[in-house]
Design a protein around this ligand. Sequence first.
Ligand code: HEM
Length: 485
Amino acid sequence: MILFLSLLGFVLASIFVYLRGKYNELYWKKRGVKFHGQNKFMGIFWDFITQNRPLFQIVRELYKQYPNEPAVGFGALFTPSLYVRDKNNVQFIMQSSSFVDRGFDYNDGDQLADNVLFMNGIRWKLMRQKMTPLFTPTKLKNMYYIMDKSGRDFIEYLENNPEKRKGNTFDTLTTFCCAAIGGAVFGIGSKSTFESPFLECTRGAFYPTFWSNLRFSLSNLSPSLFKMLNLKFFKEYEEFFIGAMKQVFRQREQEGTKKHDFADICLSLQKSGEMKHESGFKMEPTDELLAAQGFFFFTAGVEPAATAVFGALIELGRHPEIQKKVQKEIDEVFEKYQNQLTADAVSEMEYLEKVLNESLRVHPPIGFLTRRCVEDTVLPVGNIKIEKGTKVYTPIYDYHHDPQYFKDPEVFDPERFTDEAKQEMACIGARYAKLQVKSGLAHILRNFDVKTEVHKGGIKFGKDQVQLRMKNVDVEYIPRKVKFS
Ligand code: HEM
């Protein structure tokens, strides 16, 4: 009997997988869109769950496999899903009000996921509006001294701990980024601490495990099943993070001092009462809601920022002539400002800016973006009808490595960046992140030469969801022979 029931279950499940896969295929064929036939039921997510590769590499295959298609549909269980390849279509998506949602779904009670990256619709609009004032140029200038201090403390840390100068470079860089964002945005700690519980929290929250990757895939494949199972992304970090943020808020209230940082913005929001959007939508700025924004800022300030520093160091360690040139510029600015860097001093390092732009091109910390359609629309190239609820995936890594957009894309050439506009993205923290990354690079390269070691088999990537985590490569810090006064 058990055997019979198992067999019946298997047969029914197979029929369901076949029929749903067929439905997914017909869905796109009916719209005149090429369909990626490999695993019609779960498409790229099946490969992601079953293979040891990051999702961006799996998505990359669609880019390479369908060079002449404006977009390619793929099976994703119950969610109509489309990989949009054509640049005009991507531009349309990024500017259209039909695609305002990123399409991340999270369940009620997943308090830290209720942040500006994950939020959708009017909640997102209101939250984004309230958080944008954190990174005005004046605020960044005021915060700079903290980033600078973290940079100097990081050098002292490397000097006092020679074992940190070789091996696990990325992890060591996350300690600098954590200290910088912790100090600059949250006012946490007066001496940069390089082993902090905040770091453990941000490292853990986005660290790819079988379970976190499965949960992420399910949230893309079937938001309703994800809801039904009441899955949570960041539950295990709530107690620590919200507790710590509450402490920061209360302490700041007692001190009554203004630092113009994230904590100050939070307190002034709470003082003003309910947050209101012009549409009439309202939200209460509770400690929990504000802590969730802080949580995302923290994780954004650590992982992608450390990847940006790491990518630049890898390339400089492989190109000694470029390294020398950027060190010469850094030395000149340090000397001009008597070793006291300011935000303006850092912005005088134009070649460093080019080096960073080029390394962000070669090693973007995020491999692709997603959006969800919120009202029926049509993509201009290919005249593709898109229904509300469709999830679209758009390339970053692939554009950066396509000779159509960048001549000899695998060549590291900072001189190709003369145009700021090419680096635009929907990132509130972009200006902050660039300053933090450049400040870290300036201090490191002022004090150390770097040498890159790519282990046998070349650079590899961790099995991540949207980030790029480079593996099998390390950078060694070698104290510079020149001694400065
Ligand atoms: C080098 C470091 C960073 C990189 C490469 C990066 C990259 C990105 C990208 C590509 C997006 C757009 C996502 C999309 O459109 O779907 C984004 C959004 C965002 N980033 Fe960053 N980011 C970095 C650092 C930061 C930092 C330090 C913060 C804050 C402290 C931050 C805050 C945000 C926020 C709040 C959003 C969402 C904006 C919105 O909803 O409109 N990022 N980031």
